[in-house]
Write a new protein. Structure first.
Ligand code: PRX
Length: 657
């Protein structure tokens, strides 16, 4: 008999039930309470969400209709008025939470700041008035391209307060990528900083913005608001386009009532990668997003008023939006924000921060956990991690080995782990354990959140049998769902609602992930089924990287695939054919890698570039990525290659690999 694999041991034998002591005080603490929620959601989903919206949020005016569903376009709480910045700040000021820490911030060089709810409210009001001073009005778009400093959250809340839609652009994106997003969203004001600390170096954010705006490259941008973070020299177009935040601050008051927003007013646009070369502007609106990010934070992270909660994401991603800023603050929680990341000068900074602040809830990515695992147990063991009571993961499948390490070394075998599946498009967590009631299986995100109806189907939309692989879909609209692709409703329809035909007239949301469901109804996410790859928890479109490569004069054609990587989950491998006059060389290889960094950012840097005379294509001219993926991972090619136009291409690629 063959030895059992760690997979079989973990999947089939080890179950982790919540400890009675955890369940006792949990938000959802008994199987009966959980079942009741699921039953209520099943019986009447609209009533379920409406009851929560009424209990959990403050509204300036009530809605007339819970859901207006014109597939694939949903409107939630139609006619209702509210403001998410009011729900995150003002409503706590009349309670004891007024002087509770809202935001604890730690800078990479070791500086720190704590803002109470009252202080955060004041800062947000001032920032909102500064935006107004620059002429920003309800409905305008404001880009936020910032390091992980309190002003990033303050700027988001300030936009929400006056009804401007923010689009946060991850600080690791290049000037070119920033420019694309500014153009697409027709941004009026850019909020940035002189620079930010990242792994002992300064990221020159303002300089990148200058480059993006060079020679009137983005005509809609009128002003750039600059926060002084690093104090380095930056070029300011004073008296005109550019303003220092600390100078504007002196001119504006801290009195800025929250604008009553329609529930369906746009709250933000967040760009994410899809299957074409152009990122999609995912649109989220006010009421549904506020409710969904709020209630998922409360139940999944089991927030208690004494908790210090730390999510290590960057505010440039959806996780930072929903689970650093909006979800925790709407609940009146204490949210911790860290500017830096583990780095050679301080590889154990994560554990140092947990010890320093007594963090209770810790939410991070499997990539980070695998990197910690590689660094060994000494670093976490050198710190007191006993304050931790709940752990979470997001962004990619977590392999059972990493899960077990997280459970044992970080969680001290006492903390439940919530493996949360969701997407930029879903606004909040969709498939997840509830820590007080769900028995977990390492590697499974377990079951849908109450009110979410997920399924695994074939391409005709039929549910597949237990344990068969299929496509992950969601069957009923939910409040946190994206509303459209900014400026391109057709793309929204095509990307998410047309791959799977409606079932009995019911439209289904196609997530783009493969999954299987086991005999207990637990979901196991198997990764993307489209041309999107997931590198260190960052979502990248292969077409985006290919477009970047072919924009280099030496490149004729490029095909990009993902290759499994022990730490990052996947790594970018690019197959490149060159224009006639160019020869392959190590220098060119380095130059092309750098070119991708310039066009998109460091997150997209190819791990490997392979030069080829030609790429394997079907007779109709389509690049056969399946073959390239196999080649890239060093496996032997099996299966059908009969559609290949020129079989000698494969032999050549093999011998060059
Ligand atoms: O493939 C899934 C993977 O990340 C994708 C969504 O990426 P993004 O929109 O950037 O959002 C990431 C943070 C929410 C999904 O389509 N993914 C996310 N969470 C998990 C996951 N894969 C497996 N398990 C997860 N828990």
């Amino acid at each position: 008999m063959s030895q059992p694999t760690i997979e079989s041991i973990l999947h089939e034998q080890r179950l982790f039930a919540p400890a009675a002591s955890f369940a006792q005080t949990a938000q959802i603490g008994s199987p009966e309470a959980y079942q009741q929620l699921c039953d209520r959601a099943q019986a009447n989903p609209q009533q379920f969400w409406a009851d929560l919206a009424e209990q959990e949020l403050e509204w300036f005016a009530p809605w007339q209709q819970v859901l207006d569903w014109q597939p694939p376009f949903a409107k939630w709480f139609v006619g209702g008025k509210l403001n998410i910045s009011y729900n995150c700040l003002d409503r706590h000021l009349t309670t004891w939470r007024r002087n509770k820490a809202a935001l604890i911030w730690e800078g990479e060089p070791g500086d720190s700041r704590t803002l109470t709810y009252a202080q955060l409210h004041r800062e947000v009001c001032q920032f909102a008035n500064a935006l107004k001073h620059l002429g920003v009005q309800k409905g305008d778009r404001v880009a936020i391209y910032m390091p992980m400093i309190p002003e990033a959250a303050i700027a988001m809340l300030a936009c929400a307060r006056i009804g401007a839609a923010h689009t946060v652009i991850f600080g690791g994106f290049s000037a070119e990528a920033v420019k694309d997003r500014l153009l697409d969203a027709q941004v009026k004001v850019v909020v940035t900083a002189d620079g930010g600390w990242r792994k002992d170096a300064i990221v020159p954010l303002k300089a990148q913005v200058d480059q993006a705006l060079e020679q009137g490259g983005v005509p809609s941008v009128e002003n750039v608001l600059v926060v002084q973070r690093t104090g380095q020299q930056v070029a300011m177009q004073l008296g005109g386009r550019d303003h220092w935040w600390h100078e504007l601050q002196r001119l504006v008051s801290a009195d800025c009532p929250a604008e009553p927003m329609d529930s369906e007013d746009m709250l933000f646009i967040l760009y994410t990668s899809g299957t074409t070369g152009k990122p999609k502007g995912v649109v989220h609106t006010t009421g549904g997003y506020n409710l969904y990010s709020h209630i998922t934070t409360k139940w999944i992270f089991d927030l208690q008023d004494t908790d210090i909660y730390w999510c290590t994401a960057d505010v440039g991603w959806i996780t930072g939006h929903s689970y650093i800023v909006y979800g925790p603050l709407s609940n009146g929680a204490t949210t911790l924000m860290y500017e830096g990341a583990p780095r050679p000068s301080n590889p154990g900074c994560t554990w140092e921060i947990i010890e320093k602040y007594g963090v209770n809830i810790f939410y991070t990515a499997p990539t980070a956990i695998r990197a910690f695992l590689k660094m060994g147990e000494d670093l976490p063991k050198a710190r007191d991690l006993s304050s931790l009571r709940l752990l979470g993961t997001v962004g990619e499948p977590i392999n059972p080995e990493a899960w077990m390490w997280y459970h044992r070394v970080i969680g001290g075998e006492r903390c439940p782990i919530v493996d949360t599946w969701w997407q930029t498009e879903t606004g909040g967590i969709m498939i997840t354990p509830l820590p007080g009631v769900t028995t977990t299986k390492p590697g499974s995100a377990t079951r849908p959140f109450p009110g979410i109806f997920a399924d695994v189907v074939d391409l005709d939309g039929n549910s597949v049998p237990d344990n068969d692989g299929g496509y992950l879909v969601v069957k009923h609209p939910w409040p946190g769902m994206m509303r459209t692709v900014y400026g391109d409703p057709e793309r929204f329809r095509k990307s998410y609602w047309e791959h799977i035909p409606p079932q009995d007239g019911q439209y289904v949301y196609f997530a783009g992930d493969g999954a299987r469901r086991d005999e207990d109804g637990y979901f196991w996410i198997m990764g993307r089924v489209d041309d999107v790859i997931n590198v260190a928890g960052h979502r990248l479109g292969t077409m985006e990287i290919e477009s970047a490569l072919v924009s280099h004069p030496a490149v004729a054609e490029a095909a990009v695939v993902g290759r499994p990587d022990e730490v990052k989950g996947e790594e970018v491998v690019a197959f490149v054919t060159l224009e006639g006059s160019h020869a392959s060389s190590e220098d060119l290889r380095a130059e092309l890698k750098q070119h991708v960094v310039t066009e998109i950012g460091t997150i997209a840097r190819p791990g490997e570039i392979r030069f080829a005379d030609s790429l394997p294509k079907t007779r109709s001219g389509k690049i056969m990525r399946r073959l390239l993926r196999t080649l890239a991972s060093g496996e032997t090619i099996s299966g059908d290659t009969s559609t290949l136009e020129d079989r000698s291409v494969l032999d050549k690629l093999r011998s060059e690999g």
